[in-house]
Design a protein around this ligand. Structure first.
Ligand code: PEP
Ligand code: MN
Length: 276
């Protein structure tokens, strides 16, 4: 792909590894988990404790929610960021949270360990530039109508500002299929690995919108080489203020984490046998 001066793969060179408060991205599977939205201190801290216990390495939670309807819950804003800070202090988990407005990047970056740029803002070029200037690690989701080349060019905007800490995240695209919320494009995992040195995560929650599909798609993503997963987990999904149908209960998340670990052992053994 042309013009990917900074994000394009560098033959023979190392892949990007990002250190986020001791969590190494790009060196083995990292799972980010937490609620779609920060709703209260109790909901966020209890969810954070549960996902940490199950093995998640970072906590997600939106304080600014990009919603389809202007009348839907928009997030708690600053109050939500303070709750995330409390959850971080209680669990030690670094925080991943979305920023949706250029004017908010620098101060939201003071609370966040990783700034998320959501699918709807993937090509918001001024937001990308600000994110680059913030110097914070950025989790850049794939736009729902975007090609790989467009997505990597958006990462290029961030790197062009001198910020090389970019994690890509496949979260599904719009196709003619309406059964699932989006069509999760797992082919992007090897595609990104061949075209770029940046790490690639997969979000099976927004990628399918269907509870029962989160585990199989997570296992498939990891089998295909994903560097990490971002999964929505809520202490009580039925009461959630957003995305209630796709948030795992902590028990289901813990079972998924156990299965991911068993799959990792299986895959490692498979490669070890081939080598011997
Ligand atoms: C999210 O992860 O909170 C989110 C809104 O996802 P996306 O931007 O992929 O829709
Ligand atoms: Mn959500």
């Amino acid at each position: 792909m042309k013009d990917l001066k900074l994000t394009g793969s560098r033959p023979g060179a190392e892949r990007t590894v990002i250190d986020i408060a001791g969590v190494r991205i790009g060196e083995g599977l990292v799972v980010i988990a937490g609620p779609c939205a920060v709703e209260s201190e109790d909901q966020t801290v209890r969810t954070a404790v549960a996902v940490k216990e199950a093995g998640a390495k970072m906590l997600r939670g939106g304080a600014f929610k990009p919603r389809t309807s202007p009348y839907a819950f928009q997030g708690l804003g600053l109050k939500g960021l303070k709750i995330l800070d409390k959850a971080r202090r209680e669990t030690g988990l670094p925080i991943v949270t979305e920023v949706i407005d250029t004017r908010d990047v620098s101060w939201v970056g003071e609370y966040a360990d990783v700034l998320q740029i959501g699918a709807r803002n993937m090509q918001n070029f001024s937001l990308l530039r600000e994110a680059g200037k913030s110097g914070r690690p950025i989790l850049l989701k794939r736009g729902m109508y975007s090609t790989l080349e467009e997505w990597l060019n958006c990462a290029e905007y961030i790197l062009a500002e001198g910020n090389g800490q970019v994690i890509l995240c496949e979260r599904g695209i719009r196709t003619f299929e309406t059964f699932t919320r989006n069509t999760l494009d797992l082919s992007m995992i090897p595609a990104v690995h061949s075209q770029s040195h940046l790490p690639i995560f997969v979000d099976p929650s927004h990628g399918t919108g269907i509870l029962g599909m989160i585990e199989p798609m997570s296992l498939a993503a990891v089998a295909a080489g994903a560097d990490g997963l971002e999964i929505e987990v809520h202490i009580d999904p039925s009461s959630a203020l957003s995305d209630k149908d796709q948030q795992l209960r902590p028990e289901a998340f813990a079972r998924l984490m156990r299965r991911l670990e068993r799959q990792r052992e299986f895959i490692e053994e498979m490669y070890a046998r081939e080598e011997s």
